[in-house]
Design a binder for this molecule. Structure first.
Ligand code: ADP
Ligand code: NI
Length: 201
């Protein structure tokens, strides 16, 4: 992940790890499981493996087995990794253990606010997505397959995912952090629209 340019680089992992630690210190969870899941959560991400969701949990398992980690911890960490990712606005999320909920919150916090804005455009550019098309409407994806196949603009990604995350945080610690990041993102979208519609919309 070192040097990756679409917002899924080592520093994203580092931030999710640190944010996971921040949340874990305020919630009743096993911090070892939280840290392992945070550090391995984007390994073999389906977004970079032709939509194949099985690569990540498999690579994580191989890595943890090579280190001699106990089987119950490996199973727990790999289950978290398999169920962490956002699957579409109208897709029911998979159930997560309290440890998984902490890492999912940390991952989602890194997708909103100033860093979230930067990551969205970095990702969009890396996938050859248009920045904005005022004629394209956001799509509330009803299945993971539909979400994975989406080629929408980056501004629409804010409406299809990023502005929805605040109300989907699992822990109260993350909900509090999300408020300000969410508000900043809405300000950004207002400013973007104001500049776009210089003669009024
Ligand atoms: P998840 O596991 O929920 O997909 P990741 O940590 O892998 O989360 O990163 C997802 C981030 O990648 C998004 O929050 C966003 O910044 C970026 N991203 C994903 N899909 C798109 C898209 N279609 N357009 C713009 N950015 C995207
Ligand atoms: Ni991530």
């Amino acid at each position: 992940m070192q040097g990756e340019s679409s917002g899924h680089d080592w520093w994203h992992i580092y931030r999710v790890w640190q944010t996971s630690l921040y949340i874990a210190a305020r919630e009743n969870v096993d911090s070892d499981v939280v840290q392992l899941a945070a550090l391995l959560h984007d390994i073999g991400d389906w977004k970079f493996h032709e939509g194949d969701e099985s690569v990540g949990p498999r690579l994580a398992r191989e890595w943890l087995e090579s280190l001699g980690v106990a089987e119950n911890i490996i199973t727990h960490v790999c289950t978290i990794i398999a169920n962490l990712s956002f699957k579409g606005a109208d897709v029911k999320a998979a159930p997560l253990s309290p440890e998984g909920q902490v890492v999912q919150d940390a991952d989602r916090l890194d997708a909103i606010g100033a860093i979230g804005i930067a990551r969205a455009f970095a990702y969009g550019g890396s996938k050859g997505r248009e920045m904005h098309d005022p004629e394209a409407q956001p799509v509330m994806h009803a299945s993971f397959e539909q979400y994975k196949a989406s080629r929408g603009t980056t501004i629409n990604h804010f409406h299809e995912k990023l502005v929805l995350l605040k109300d989907r945080m699992n822990t109260s610690t993350a909900r509090a952090l999300a408020e300000q990041r969410h508000a900043f993102m809405l300000d950004f979208l207002d400013q973007f629209n104001a500049e776009w519609n210089i003669n009024g919309s």
